[in-house]
Design a protein around this ligand. Structure first.
Ligand code: DP6
Length: 346
């Protein structure tokens, strides 16, 4: 039996921060290397989709972000809905009204494609199954393919805690098409904080999608692939055994490597700002001075993520307020932590 051909679905999905970075891809958003991330809790996208049969001349979808059009999202949406029609051609007879909003400030300079595309993929997957009369078979992991095709990093956001995306010998069952949860997690790694220091919130000059492309002919491509495979093995081992020093080493080397790859691309480009370097330097000095386990990492931008176990939160926050916030844009920071994955909100 099929459901009435109209309705409304809403999902909330979190962002994630990569420890081992996805950088470079093949056709169909297959990653060049495996990656590992921590799913966040507070940095989420809330998306609702209303669907109904399409009227003559109507477009497949309309999109608004915080009640306004968002041009910069158009290429990703066009490509996403193209994949939707490849997978579910019958959806071409419908119109989808997408309304989306982020919990984190619009101009925070935080990459939002992971949370945005996973939330949208969850809505569309659920609608496709509802229209086919098989909604009862829906599970968030079923939205993996559409999430990945929407934005590679989005596929990791479907999982709570730690997720690995991409085939690696270090995790049986891992796959290039979907992400897998890390099951062996030492207590030290079950409650991690991510304090995001906003160094610069302006739109970045080079998108991640363009950055991935520059890996195709990168002079250090082979070395990077070997490094990523080694790092994912070490990171999985560190998280499974509670080895914080090893985790910190891999986490920071990955951040530095990601930006070194950007700088050594053709053309080379630079996303870090002077304050990004100052903060990373201060993190290492603080750790040397106090022995407190806190690691920095960077996304494809100048803002710095500080990762640390909740048990050290008091000391770390005191130091952040005293030494690091003056280096941030208008003292801005986001207080986030490990999360449980997407939730259906209606
Ligand atoms: C540096 O997932 O944003 O954040 O697949 O083109 O949408 P597309 O790229 P995206 O790339 C994220 C790159 C990264 C590292 C990571 O999250 O693993």
């Amino acid at each position: 039996m099929t459901t009435a051909p109209q309705g409304h679905v809403t999902w909330q999905s979190p962002s994630n921060i990569a420890i081992v970075k996805y950088w470079g891809k093949k056709a169909q958003q297959i990653p060049m290397n495996p990656s590992l991330s921590m799913t966040l809790s507070r940095s989420v996208t809330h998306t609702s989709v209303t669907y109904r049969p399409k009227q003559a001349g109507e477009t497949l979808y309309s999109f608004s972000f915080h009640q306004k059009a968002k041009e910069s999202f158009s290429p990703k949406l066009e490509s996403f809905f193209g994949h939707v029609l490849d997978k579910y051609p019958q959806l071409g007879h419908y119109h989808f009204e997408v309304q989306s909003s982020n919990s984190f400030p619009h101009s925070a300079g935080i990459a939002s494609s992971a949370s945005a595309m996973s939330a949208l993929a969850l809505c569309i997957e659920e609608i496709a199954l509802a229209l086919a009369g098989t909604r009862s078979t829906f599970s968030p992991i079923g939205a993996s393919e559409l999430s990945r095709l929407g934005s590679g990093s989005a596929v990791r956001s479907l999982h709570p805690q730690w997720a690995v995306w991409g085939k690696t010998d270090a995790l049986p069952g891992s796959d290039d098409h979907f992400a897998s949860p890390l099951v062996k997690v030492d207590n030290v790694f079950t409650d991690f904080c991510d304090t995001i220091l906003i160094v610069d919130s302006s739109q970045k000059d080079v998108s991640s999608t363009a950055g991935h492309r520059l890996m195709d002919n990168h002079p250090y491509k082979e070395g990077r692939l070997q490094q990523a495979h080694r790092h994912i093995r070490l990171a999985i081992d560190a998280i499974g055994t509670g080895n914080l020093p090893l985790f910190i080493e891999v986490c920071e080397e990955e951040a530095l490597s990601l930006h070194a790859l950007m700088m050594s691309s053709h053309p080379g480009y630079l996303l870090m700002k002077p304050a990004t370097l100052q903060i990373m330097d201060k993190v290492r000095r603080f750790r040397d001075r106090t022995g407190i386990a806190v690691a920095f990492t960077l996304d494809a931008g100048p803002n710095v993520h500080l990762l640390y176990p909740r048990a050290q939160r008091h000391d770390v926050l005191e130091w952040i307020h005293a030494e690091l916030l003056p280096l941030c844009e208008n003292n801005r920071w986001i207080d986030d932590h490990m999360g449980h994955g997407p939730t259906k909100t209606r």
